[in-house]
Every structure is written in C-alpha cells, then in structure tokens.
Design a protein around this ligand. Structure first.
Ligand SMILES: [Zn+2]
Length: 72
C-alpha cells in the first residue's frame, strides 16, 4: 500500500492534475495537494481523484508510470 497525493495545481505538459506516490521525490514538495488515501494501485487513486471532481488526472511519470498517460 502506498499513500497517494494529488497535486491540485495543474502540472506537466498536458496541464493535468498529477498523482504522486509516497516514494516519489516530488511527493513532499507539493504545496497545494490533497491526500487521496492509501491504495495498492495508482489506478484506484486516479478513480478517487475523479470522484472528487478532478477529471483531468494523470499519473506521475516517475512514480506512477503505470498510470502515466503515455502508457495508457
Ligand atoms: Zn511522482
């Protein structure tokens, strides 16, 4: 299980809201974020973020590669 955090300030080239896992170097650097909770898969965290109203979400290319748009 990992804690997932949503950057509520849009980032990356597509200006999506990006999700990070607690192992990510960027995780603790986020200034505007919400904690989504602990999940096994980033896909569940993505789902949670969408439920909260953040429709344009993406997985971080470093820590959530399985959910990063390039790999979907
Ligand atoms: Zn990350």
């Amino acid at each position: 299980m990992h804690l997932f955090r949503l950057n509520t300030k849009r980032e990356n080239s597509k200006s999506f809201y990006v999700i990070h896992e607690d192992t990510c170097p960027l995780f603790h650097q986020l200034k505007h974020y919400i904690d989504l909770g602990e999940f096994v898969f980033c896909s569940t965290a993505m789902q949670r973020a969408r439920e909260l109203g953040y429709k344009e979400v993406d997985g971080c290319s470093e820590c959530c590669r399985a959910c990063h748009w390039r790999y979907n």
